[in-house]
Design a protein around this ligand. Structure first.
Ligand code: DGY
Length: 322
């Protein structure tokens, strides 16, 4: 009898082919993320699970699994999985860091550039037939990046890669992290460690690179927005729930902060009628941080390798805890 693997979304053809050689696979088609009822009925008797962000794999779901050896997520984030509980049950959890670092940092920097230089807003103006004045002295003016301070919350792999991009654009870099980096690393990146409060009040752009946890849940709320400069921009490519979206909409509407560039949202996909879609001073992306041809292929490869290792009782190449 071949071991069974359930995939909550489809993957690249080469990855599916590879999986089919070894396992009996089933790919969920239809509503995304996979409805809990379906996930729970499938997890019961599979040996391996390939999942994606927003597929909630909590204690109750894990408890239903009778043969599950490994959960392999096609993402660097694993906030959708109760990894501690899985570990207790000796279920391996694999994820895909490193290969998506550059792509995600690039996207964060794209949102930064777009927000400060109003590229998407200009695109909308043209498409809506509202471009009237040629080269108006005060039209569609943005702000320079050079000499501005970027505050990076979470100077891990992606944060550090973003810092390199910011440096190349002559920005000053400050950061806050749970653990301060070594002096050598700080010097290499030309990044200055500051308290969270100073990061909030001194940055011209804040870029969020922390995972969504109990501690970071809605940590960017009205109290924080009021402490930011009213000329500051917020960039979020981590998880939507780190930001209180309702407060952000108010802060953007009332110009408590200048703008935002967002790749992630509390609920995804956000609807066409979401209040954020009505605002001009926000750039929206459909969770495409890691979405390049090359990166997504590498992620698929790692996802399969992680799964294979876990299926054989071995630790995935990138493993959470166990
Ligand atoms: C992930 O992999 O968790 C990120 O959200 C990619 O954009």
């Amino acid at each position: 009898m071949r071991k069974k693997v359930f995939l909550t979304r489809t993957l690249h053809d080469f990855a599916l082919k590879e999986l089919k050689k070894k396992y009996q696979i089933e790919v969920h088609k239809g509503k995304i993320p996979v409805p809990q009822s379906k996930l729970r009925s499938k997890i019961k008797d599979v040996d391996g699970l390939i999942c994606f962000p927003y597929d909630i794999i909590n204690k109750e779901t894990i408890d239903l699994a009778e043969n599950l050896k490994v959960i392999s997520t096609y993402s660097v984030g694993f906030d959708h999985i109760d990894t501690k509980y899985a570990k207790g049950k000796k279920i391996r959890v694999g994820y895909t860091p490193e290969v998506l670092t550059d792509a995600t940092a690039d996207l964060a920097f794209s949102l930064l550039l777009d927000s400060l230089r109003r590229v998407s807003e200009g695109d909308r103006i043209i498409r809506d037939g509202k471009w009237k004045m040629i080269y108006g002295a005060h039209d569609y003016v943005g702000v320079d990046l050079q000499g501005k301070t970027i505050g990076i919350l979470g100077l891990g792999r992606i944060g550090q890669t973003l810092a390199k991009r910011a440096k190349a654009f002559d920005m000053d870099i400050i950061y806050h992290n749970r653990n301060r980096l070594s002096k050598t690393k700080e010097r290499t990146l030309d990044a200055k460690y500051v308290s969270f409060e100073r990061l909030i009040s001194q940055s011209d752009v804040i870029s969020i690179h922390v995972p969504h946890t109990k501690e970071t849940d809605k940590m960017f709320n009205m109290k924080i927005f009021k402490k930011m400069k009213n000329t500051a921009f917020l960039i979020n490519t981590s998880r939507g729930k780190v930001v209180n979206e309702k407060d952000l909409v108010t802060a953007l509407k009332k110009k408590i902060i200048a703008g935002a560039g967002l790749d992630v949202f509390e609920q995804e996909p956000i609807s066409k009628n979401h209040p954020l879609t009505k605002l001009q001073n926000v750039v929206l992306a459909p969770h495409i941080g890691s979405s390049t041809k090359e990166t997504r292929a590498k992620m698929a490869e790692i996802t399969v390798r992680n799964l294979n290792l876990g299926m054989n009782g071995k630790k995935p190449i990138y493993s959470v805890g166990y």
